[in-house]
Design a protein around this ligand. Structure first.
Ligand code: ADQ
Length: 483
C-alpha cells in the first residue's frame, strides 16, 4: 500500500461512521451499484491520504438476504469499505428515532418536535436500546477487522456508545471519537434521559475531539456537572484515568477543488454558467435540506433584499442547491414543502416571463458541477442556524479567484466573511446588499484572508493532527501507568 505520493502509509486507520462514503443501490439479486454520498464528513475524510484507511459503516440500505450481503460486501471492499448490516427495525429506532429525532435536534438546540414530545418520551427507552444495540453491531464489525496497532476513529453522535463497546472488548485498542455537530451546553445535555450513560461511554475513548473549543468546554462541563468528575486543562479524569478532550477544527481537501478548476469539464460548465447568467450577479446556497441550515430564513432574507432594492430585481439570481436528506422523517418532509412554497411565492412575485430570481434544486450536484458553480458565484450565502463547522463556505473560498468575496456565517472565516445573525432577516438582507456592492479591493482583501485559512487548515491537517494526538495520548497514558 502506498499514499498517492508514493510514500508508505503512516498507519492503518479504521474510520467508523454511521454511513459509508457511498450509498448502495441494488441492481439485481447479487449486483450493486455504488454512488458517493454528499455530506460534510465524507468530503472531509476523502482528503485523508496519509493513512491506509478503511471505512466501516452502514450502506444506507436494508439487505435481508445473505447472497445480497455477500455481493455488497465484495463490491464495497474495492472501495476499502466494510458494511455493517442494520435491519429495518433497528434503522427505524436507532437512526430515524434516537439519532435523528432526539440527538440531532438536541445537539443543535432545536429541542424535540413539540407535537411529538410525549410520544418521543414514551418511545425513548426502546429507541435508546436500539441505539446501544446498533453501536454493539458496529463494534462487532470493528473487532472482526481490527489488527494490533490500528487506530480506530469513531465519528459523530450516532456512535457515542462505540468507544465503550470497543474498550470493553480490548482495552489496548487506540480509540478516538470526534463529534461533527456542536456539543450543546451542559444545561441542554442534562435534559437527555440517557445523559450519564452517553457521557460515560464517550469517556471510554482515549481522545475526544470537537470542532471548536466551545464544544469541548461544554462537554467537559457536562462531565463535571452531571457525572461529578474532575475536569482538567487536558480533559476529564475518572479514578486516575484521563480522557483527553480537545478541539480539532475540520477543513477540506482544498487542492482537490483548486485543481478541479483546470479540468476541461469544469471549465466548460463555468463557460455555460457565465453565459446563462451573463448580466446577473450570482448568489449561491449549497446545503443539505436540513432545518439547521436555515434555508427558509435565507430565502426570506433574499426576498426582503429584493423588496427593498428594486434596482437589483433583474440583476441578481439566487441558486439554492439543497440535497434532500432523511426524507422519511416527517419534519424534513414539512421543511421541503415549506421551502418549495416560499420559493414559489417569491418567484411568482418577482419573476418575469423570461427569468426568476430563485433557482431551487432539490438534488445533489456532482463534483465538477459543484466546483463550476462555486467558481462563478459572486456571493455565497451560508446562513446555518447552527452548524458544527460548515464546509460549504470553505469549498466556495477554494474555488474563487482573487477577485471575489462573500457574505456568510462561517466562524473560522470571521475576518474575511460578512458575519450575520441568520435569525435576523433584516440584517441578512442588508448584508446581501453590502456583499453585492463591495469594492473589488475590499473583496480581494477578504478573499486573501479566507483563502490562506482554507488552504492551511485542510482536511489532511485535521486528520493527521487528530491521529498523532491520539497516538501520543495513548503513549503518555502507558507511561503514566508504568510510573
Ligand atoms: P453537513 O451537515 O453535511 O456536515 P457541511 O459541513 O456544510 O454540512 O458539508 C456539506 C457537504 O456536502 C459539503 O462538502 C458539500 O459540498 C456537500 N453538499 C451539500 N449539498 C450538496 C449538494 N446539493 N450537492 C452536492 N454536494 C453537496 C456535518 C456537520 C457540519 C460539519 C461537517 C464536517 O453538520 O457542521 O462541518 O459535518 O464535520
Amino acid at each position: 500500500w502506498e499514499t498517492p505520493d508514493g510514500k508508505p502509509f503512516r498507519q492503518r486507520l479504521l474510520v467508523v461512521a454511521n454511513r459509508l462514503p457511498v450509498s448502495a443501490v441494488r441492481r439485481g439479486k447479487e449486483s450493486w451499484s455504488l454512488e458517493i454520498s454528499a455530506g460534510g464528513l465524507v468530503s472531509a475524510l476523502l482528503g485523508v491520504k496519509e493513512f491506509e484507511a478503511r471505512w466501516i459503516g452502514w450502506a444506507g440500505v436494508n439487505v435481508p438476504d445473505e447472497a445480497g450481503q455477500r455481493a455488497l460486501t465484495k463490491a464495497l471492499a474495492e472501495k476499502r469499505c466494510i458494511p455493517v448490516f442494520l435491519d429495518e427495525e433497528i434503522v427505524h429506532q436507532y437512526y430515524n428515532g434516537y439519532c435523528n429525532n432526539i440527538l440531532w435536534p438536541l445537539f443543535h438546540y432545536l429541542g424535540l418536535p413539540q407535537e411529538d414530545r410525549l410520544a418521543t418520551t414514551r418511545s425513548f427507552q426502546s429507541q435508546f436500546a436500539a441505539y446501544v444495540k446498533a453501536n454493539e453491531m458496529f463494534a462487532a464489525v470493528v473487532n472482526q477487522h481490527y489488527q494490533e496497532g490500528d487506530v480506530v476513529w469513531c465519528h459523530d453522535y450516532h456512535l457515542m456508545f462505540l468507544p465503550k463497546c470497543l474498550k470493553e472488548h480490548n482495552s489496548d485498542m487506540k480509540v478516538g471519537w470526534f463529534l461533527h455537530t456542536p456539543f450543546p451546553s451542559s444545561e441542554i445535555h442534562r435534559t437527555l434521559p440517557s445523559r450519564s450513560k452517553l457521557l460515560h461511554a464517550v469517556l471510554a475513548a482515549d481522545l475526544v475531539g470537537f470542532h471548536t473549543y466551545d464544544y469541548a468546554r461544554h462537554f467537559v462541563s457536562a462531565c463535571t456537572r452531571i457525572l461529578g468528575l474532575e475536569g482538567t486543562p487536558e480533559g476529564v479524569e475518572d479514578q486516575g484515568r484521563l480522557t483527553r478532550v480537545a478541539a480539532f477544527p475540520i477543513g477540506i481537501d482544498s487542492d482537490r477543488f483548486i485543481r478541479a478548476l483546470e479540468f476541461p469539464l469544469v471549465r466548460e460548465h463555468i463557460r455555460e454558467l457565465k453565459e446563462t447568467f451573463a448580466d446577473r450577479k450570482v448568489m449561491l446556497g449549497v446545503d443539505r435540506l436540513d432545518m439547521i441550515k436555515g434555508i427558509p430564513q435565507k430565502i426570506l432574507a433574499f426576498e426582503k433584499f429584493l423588496e427593498e432594492n428594486p434596482t437589483w430585481h433583474d440583476k441578481v439570481v439566487l441558486l439554492q442547491i439543497a440535497v434532500p436528506t432523511r426524507t422519511d422523517v416527517p419534519e424534513y418532509q414539512k421543511l421541503t414543502s415549506q421551502v418549495h412554497e416560499i420559493v414559489g411565492r417569491i418567484n411568482g412575485r418577482f419573476g418575469t416571463l423570461t427569468a426568476v430570481p430563485i433557482h431551487h434544486l432539490d438534488r445533489s450536484l456532482d463534483f465538477p458541477a459543484l466546483c463550476a458553480l462555486y467558481a462563478v458565484t459572486d456571493v455565497a450565502l451560508v446562513t446555518s442556524l447552527r452548524d458544527g463547522m460548515n464546509l460549504v463556505s470553505y469549498e466556495f473560498v477554494a474555488c474563487q479567484d482573487a477577485k471575489k468575496g462573500f457574505a456568510g456565517a462561517a466562524q473560522s472565516l470571521g475576518a474575511g466573511a460578512i458575519l450575520v445573525n441568520p435569525w435576523n432577516i433584516t440584517e441578512v438582507a442588508t448584508s446581501i446588499g453590502t456583499a453585492l456592492n463591495m469594492s473589488a479591493e475590499e473583496r480581494e482583501k477578504r478573499h486573501r484572508h479566507n483563502f490562506a485559512h482554507v488552504t492551511t487548515h485542510t482536511a489532511q491537517e485535521w486528520a493527521e493532527t487528530f491521529v498523532s494526538e491520539l497516538n501520543d495520548t495513548v503513549v503518555e497514558a502507558q507511561q503514566r501507568t508504568k510510573q
